[in-house]
Ligand binder design. Structure first.
Ligand SMILES: *Cc1c(COP(=O)(O)O)cnc(C)c1O
Length: 365
């Protein structure tokens, strides 16, 4: 058996090391010029029409974005349950109620009909997640939001560079958050970037990020320390110059899987969508956990399950929806398997993944 193929592999090279070293040598390591440059470059690269604000994690980005948008106690925000816990957590941290809604099976994103049915007079906003790097149904979701006079907030943690009908994710809502955690499509070490629709939101987010002050010791509102360091920004700036080619490699790897996998359900890309394959996620209807174990134990191929437990079933978040049943969410949580699709895979690795998946799927069929 050949070497282990990991499900994710951050790429950090000499350029990133040199950039960090330059910041360390400068002696100016907290939020400064590197962060400002990273924000400008991030906007230019992904969402030119929006201002970007860097924070110390994606989760901080969601939390502060919601606070800046005025979400608080008494409000409801509609979120998927089939996502990373940070989505619902960030809503709960504002004092608002996360309202968990089912997904549609093709995109794994919020089901627009279910969202429309969940709107109440307390609904303040809808927060779709562009899960695995595929855009959610933004046309339908933004129409519903407009019709009911509620906001849209995007969890774009996994979707740097994804788009729908030519419009970039991160430009649909009041704000959007992109995570810069190491296993995401690009990283700053830890970090998050928030793209915002208005100057007022940009200003409030900057205040919330820095103890509520624009001028030193002139604290206007109660805020956090959610600043990004120049060390992290330096890493992010280098990664920004590479993420386009990495995304193209993810897409090529996905095309290879689409053409060669057998006996499993491969990912759908809806018309007009650009998928950036943060994950390449297949469905295995029977004994998914046995399937993942066989890939690892028999073929040394690491696969991931994102996410095995719907958020409304987590001990932390179940309090918001003790009786809720979300059939497509539960089904996806039982069936999904994410295969390695990252840009470090060699042709031989890709062939090994295909033959492993096809053999295990055939044996189980
Ligand atoms: C990674 C992730 C987050 C949180 O980002 P962090 O940078 O890890 O705080 C939020 N939502 C989704 C869907 C994610 O994948």
């Amino acid at each position: 058996m050949s070497g282990f193929i990991p499900p994710a592999k951050p790429i950090i090279g000499d350029d990133e090391r040199a950039a960090v070293d330059a910041v360390l040598r400068s002696g100016m390591v907290a939020q400064g010029q590197e962060v400002a440059a990273f924000e400008q470059e991030f906007s230019s690269h992904f969402v030119p029409e929006r201002t970007s604000i860097a924070v110390n994690s994606g989760t901080s980005g969601l939390h502060l974005g919601l606070l800046a948008a005025g979400v608080g106690p008494g409000d409801e925000v509609i979120v998927p349950s089939f996502t990373f816990a940070a989505t619902g957590n960030s809503v709960a941290l504002t004092g608002a109620t996360p309202v968990f809604v089912d997904i549609e099976p093709e995109t794994f994103g919020l089901d627009p009909a279910a969202v429309a049915a969940a709107i109440t007079p307390q609904t303040k906003g809808i927060m779709p997640v562009h899960l695995y790097g595929h855009p959610a149904r933004m046309r339908e979701l933004t129409n519903i939001a407009t019709e009911h006079g509620v906001d849209v907030y995007e969890d774009a943690a996994q979707a740097h560079g994804a788009s729908l009908h030519g419009q970039s994710v991160g430009s649909f809502g009041q704000f959007a958050m992109f995570s810069l955690y190491p296993t995401k499509n690009m990283t700053s070490g830890e970090g998050g970037m928030v793209t915002v629709a208005t100057d007022a939101l940009a200003r409030t987010l900057k205040l919330l990020r820095n103890q509520g002050m624009e001028r030193q010791y002139d604290n206007e509102i109660i805020g956090f320390n959610a600043r990004m360091t120049d060390i992290h920004a330096a890493v992010g700036r280098v990664q920004l110059t590479k993420v386009g080619s990495w995304t193209a490699m993810r897409q090529d790897n996905a095309a290879f899987f689409d053409a060669n996998l057998e006996h499993v359900v491969t990912p759908t890309v809806v018309e007009g969508a650009v998928h950036v394959y943060h994950q390449y996620t297949i469905r295995v209807a029977d004994d998914r956990d046995g399937f993942v174990a066989a890939l690892k134990n028999e073929y040394n191929v690491g696969a991931g399950v994102y996410y095995p437990i719907p958020n409304h079933r987590l001990p932390s978040l179940a309090q918001y929806a003790p009786q809720l049943e979300l059939p497509e969410t539960e089904k996806a949580a039982r069936e999904v398997v994410s295969l390695p699709v990252h840009p470090s895979l060699s042709t031989q690795d890709l062939e090994r993944v295909v033959s492993a998946v096809n053999s295990v799927a055939k044996a189980g069929a």
